[in-house]
Design a protein around this ligand. Structure first.
Ligand code: ZN
Ligand code: ZN
Length: 281
């Protein structure tokens, strides 16, 4: 940690929480998903081994909650071997700086997310005019300036492996963010999808609060490349996942996941792509 790390100047707590906030689900014996307000983090690793990785870093000001979740799942003072980011949106890096300072662990993200993680470039502004509900309308209040991790973040290996996550491969799934990745394990076809698709209509506050399960494309107000987003969903569907943890919403598995993903691919333009919005052409 040679260089000072900073959040953007618009970094702040966002007062929105779903009924699932603070709750955890053991999706698989070595895959645990915990909801921080309205976003999910994953702890990947066998709880007996104390050998684990954190995927994504929650909402702003959530570091203490993430640390205590990890300590409860593993043991007191345990720390992950690495933090893997699906992408750098504010709700996936919210506790990151405090976590790096507390745990002193390496962070990995796709090469194309680096400008947004090293203070060089802001994501395109969220679109409050996009077709959708209250969360879309609230989106201008979300932090948008890039986090600056300095040299505390590095690119994922180009061979597709995921550091400290044996069996998992990262898959480039752009559209929602240029360097968005999903993580897939062939052995049991487990998928950590990030925001490539989600299982709740994230634009609608009521659905976010109640976590009503319904497959959806990536959150609309922050998705800028719908063509790439569709190709990414097709790529994930082709993997035939048996269980998926998404950045927002409840985990989905089995037939429901299979049929929902097929439906999302076949009806992507109706289900995912908004009828109007500034990133629609
Ligand atoms: Zn996102
Ligand atoms: Zn998100």
């Amino acid at each position: 940690m040679d260089k000072e790390m900073n959040y953007g100047s618009d970094y702040k707590f966002i007062p929105a929480s779903s009924i699932g906030s603070g709750m955890g689900i053991e999706v698989l014996p070595d895959l645990f998903c915990h909801t921080v307000q309205i976003v999910n983090i994953c702890l990947v690793g066998d709880p007996e081994s104390n050998d684990f990785v954190l995927v994504d870093a929650g909402m702003p000001k959530s570091a203490n909650e993430i640390i205590s979740t990890a300590e409860k799942r593993f043991s007191a003072n345990s720390r992950p071997k690495a933090i893997i980011l699906t992408h750098g949106h504010f709700d996936h890096v919210g506790g990151l700086i405090e976590l790096i300072k507390h745990w002193d662990v390496p962070v990995y993200a796709h090469q194309m997310e680096m400008p947004f993680l090293t203070g060089q470039k802001s994501y395109p502004e969220p679109d409050p005019t996009v077709e959708g509900g209250m969360v879309a309308k609230m989106s201008p209040m979300f932090p948008n300036e890039p986090i600056d991790l300095g040299n505390n973040v590095q690119a994922l290996p180009s061979d597709g492996t995921v550091p400290h996550m044996p069996g998992f491969k990262w898959i480039h799934t752009p559209g929602h963010a240029p360097g968005h990745v999903s993580l897939f394990r062939e052995k049991d076809r487990a998928l950590i999808a990030g925001d490539a698709f989600v299982t709740v209509k994230q634009e609608y506050l009521y659905k976010v609060l109640t976590q009503e399960q319904e497959i959806s494309g990536p959150p609309r107000y922050l998705t800028t490349d719908w063509k790439a987003a569709k190709e990414s969903v097709m790529k994930l569907d082709a993997l035939n996942p048996t269980v998926a943890v998404t950045g927002h919403g409840l985990p989905m598995s089995g037939d429901l996941l299979t049929t929902s993903l097929k439906k999302l691919v076949n009806e992507f333009d109706q289900i995912a792509v908004p009828d109007y919005g500034k990133y629609i052409n």
